[in-house]
Ligand binder design. Structure first.
Ligand code: CU
Length: 151
Protein backbone atom coordinates (compact mmCIF):
# COMPACT_ATOMS: atom_id res chain seq x y z
CA UNK A 1 0.00 0.00 0.00
CA UNK A 2 2.76 2.45 0.89
CA UNK A 3 4.51 1.61 -2.34
CA UNK A 4 1.36 2.45 -4.25
CA UNK A 5 1.07 5.79 -2.46
CA UNK A 6 4.64 6.75 -3.25
CA UNK A 7 4.41 5.78 -6.87
CA UNK A 8 1.17 7.65 -7.36
CA UNK A 9 2.74 10.71 -5.74
CA UNK A 10 5.69 10.53 -8.15
CA UNK A 11 3.19 10.10 -10.91
CA UNK A 12 1.25 13.23 -10.00
CA UNK A 13 4.41 15.34 -9.73
CA UNK A 14 5.47 14.15 -13.14
CA UNK A 15 2.12 15.04 -14.61
CA UNK A 16 1.95 18.49 -13.08
CA UNK A 17 5.34 19.36 -14.56
CA UNK A 18 4.49 18.11 -18.01
CA UNK A 19 0.79 18.99 -17.97
CA UNK A 20 1.18 21.88 -20.37
CA UNK A 21 3.54 20.11 -22.70
CA UNK A 22 1.03 17.30 -23.00
CA UNK A 23 -1.68 19.60 -24.26
CA UNK A 24 0.43 20.40 -27.32
CA UNK A 25 1.13 17.62 -29.71
CA UNK A 26 2.97 17.57 -33.00
CA UNK A 27 2.32 14.98 -35.67
CA UNK A 28 3.81 14.07 -39.04
CA UNK A 29 6.81 16.42 -38.96
CA UNK A 30 9.09 16.43 -42.00
CA UNK A 31 11.77 18.58 -43.58
CA UNK A 32 12.28 19.07 -47.27
CA UNK A 33 15.66 17.69 -48.37
CA UNK A 34 18.21 20.10 -49.78
CA UNK A 35 20.86 19.89 -52.45
CA UNK A 36 24.49 20.91 -52.20
CA UNK A 37 24.79 24.69 -51.91
CA UNK A 38 21.18 25.22 -50.82
CA UNK A 39 21.16 27.25 -47.62
CA UNK A 40 17.51 27.14 -46.59
CA UNK A 41 14.58 24.75 -46.43
CA UNK A 42 11.21 24.32 -44.80
CA UNK A 43 9.97 22.05 -42.02
CA UNK A 44 6.33 21.04 -41.90
CA UNK A 45 4.07 19.42 -39.30
CA UNK A 46 0.66 19.44 -37.73
CA UNK A 47 0.29 21.02 -34.28
CA UNK A 48 -2.72 20.42 -32.06
CA UNK A 49 -3.48 21.85 -28.65
CA UNK A 50 -6.18 20.98 -26.14
CA UNK A 51 -6.08 24.22 -24.21
CA UNK A 52 -4.71 26.54 -26.87
CA UNK A 53 -1.11 27.66 -27.23
CA UNK A 54 1.18 29.88 -29.20
CA UNK A 55 4.25 28.69 -31.02
CA UNK A 56 6.74 31.39 -30.14
CA UNK A 57 10.10 29.98 -31.10
CA UNK A 58 11.93 27.37 -33.13
CA UNK A 59 15.52 26.22 -33.12
CA UNK A 60 17.62 23.51 -34.67
CA UNK A 61 21.31 22.68 -34.43
CA UNK A 62 21.27 22.08 -38.22
CA UNK A 63 20.50 25.72 -39.00
CA UNK A 64 22.14 29.00 -38.09
CA UNK A 65 18.76 30.73 -38.08
CA UNK A 66 15.31 29.18 -37.56
CA UNK A 67 12.12 31.17 -37.98
CA UNK A 68 8.37 30.72 -38.16
CA UNK A 69 7.23 31.77 -41.64
CA UNK A 70 3.97 32.35 -43.38
CA UNK A 71 3.33 32.42 -47.11
CA UNK A 72 0.81 34.60 -48.79
CA UNK A 73 -0.14 35.79 -52.21
CA UNK A 74 0.70 39.39 -52.92
CA UNK A 75 -0.31 40.56 -56.37
CA UNK A 76 0.02 37.05 -57.81
CA UNK A 77 3.42 36.61 -56.22
CA UNK A 78 3.94 34.10 -53.44
CA UNK A 79 5.86 35.78 -50.65
CA UNK A 80 7.03 34.54 -47.33
CA UNK A 81 7.66 36.48 -44.19
CA UNK A 82 8.70 35.74 -40.63
CA UNK A 83 6.03 35.90 -37.95
CA UNK A 84 6.77 36.24 -34.25
CA UNK A 85 4.23 33.64 -33.17
CA UNK A 86 1.65 31.22 -34.46
CA UNK A 87 -1.63 30.64 -32.66
CA UNK A 88 -2.91 27.13 -32.12
CA UNK A 89 -6.57 27.44 -31.09
CA UNK A 90 -7.90 25.42 -28.13
CA UNK A 91 -9.05 22.05 -29.37
CA UNK A 92 -7.89 22.98 -32.83
CA UNK A 93 -4.99 22.33 -35.12
CA UNK A 94 -2.59 24.32 -37.25
CA UNK A 95 -1.02 22.69 -40.22
CA UNK A 96 2.41 23.77 -41.37
CA UNK A 97 2.62 22.74 -45.00
CA UNK A 98 4.17 23.73 -48.32
CA UNK A 99 2.52 26.94 -49.51
CA UNK A 100 1.43 27.89 -45.99
CA UNK A 101 2.98 28.26 -42.57
CA UNK A 102 6.31 26.55 -42.16
CA UNK A 103 9.39 26.47 -40.01
CA UNK A 104 12.19 28.05 -42.03
CA UNK A 105 15.63 26.63 -41.48
CA UNK A 106 18.24 29.04 -42.82
CA UNK A 107 22.00 29.24 -42.91
CA UNK A 108 22.13 25.44 -43.03
CA UNK A 109 25.41 24.00 -41.86
CA UNK A 110 25.27 21.07 -44.29
CA UNK A 111 22.91 19.70 -46.95
CA UNK A 112 19.97 17.77 -45.49
CA UNK A 113 19.81 14.42 -47.24
CA UNK A 114 16.75 12.28 -47.78
CA UNK A 115 16.11 9.97 -44.79
CA UNK A 116 18.36 11.95 -42.44
CA UNK A 117 16.94 13.06 -39.10
CA UNK A 118 17.16 16.62 -37.82
CA UNK A 119 16.35 17.73 -34.28
CA UNK A 120 14.03 20.72 -33.95
CA UNK A 121 12.94 22.32 -30.69
CA UNK A 122 9.63 24.18 -30.60
CA UNK A 123 8.83 26.66 -27.83
CA UNK A 124 5.17 27.10 -26.93
CA UNK A 125 3.49 29.55 -24.60
CA UNK A 126 0.07 29.04 -23.06
CA UNK A 127 -2.51 31.72 -22.21
CA UNK A 128 -0.83 32.31 -18.84
CA UNK A 129 2.53 32.88 -20.49
CA UNK A 130 3.93 29.56 -19.26
CA UNK A 131 6.53 28.27 -21.68
CA UNK A 132 7.16 24.70 -22.65
CA UNK A 133 9.39 23.06 -25.18
CA UNK A 134 8.71 20.20 -27.52
CA UNK A 135 11.72 18.40 -28.93
CA UNK A 136 11.29 16.65 -32.24
CA UNK A 137 13.41 14.31 -34.32
CA UNK A 138 12.27 15.26 -37.78
CA UNK A 139 12.77 13.02 -40.83
CA UNK A 140 14.10 14.61 -44.02
CA UNK A 141 12.20 13.77 -47.18
CA UNK A 142 13.06 14.40 -50.79
CA UNK A 143 10.20 15.93 -52.74
CA UNK A 144 9.17 14.17 -55.91
CA UNK A 145 8.93 16.65 -58.72
CA UNK A 146 8.29 20.30 -58.16
CA UNK A 147 6.91 22.02 -55.11
CA UNK A 148 3.38 21.03 -54.38
CA UNK A 149 0.93 23.80 -54.96
CA UNK A 150 -2.46 22.89 -53.61
CA UNK A 151 -5.27 25.27 -52.83
CU1 CU B 1 10.09 30.56 -45.35
Amino acid sequence: MSFFKISSLVFSIFFSVSAFAQTVSVSDPWIRATVQGQKATGAFMKITSKEGAKLTGVSSPAAGVSEIHEMKMEKDVMKMAAVTSLNVPAGGAVELKPGGYHVMLMDLKAPLADKATVPITLTFENAKGVKSQVELQVPVRAMHGKMEHKH
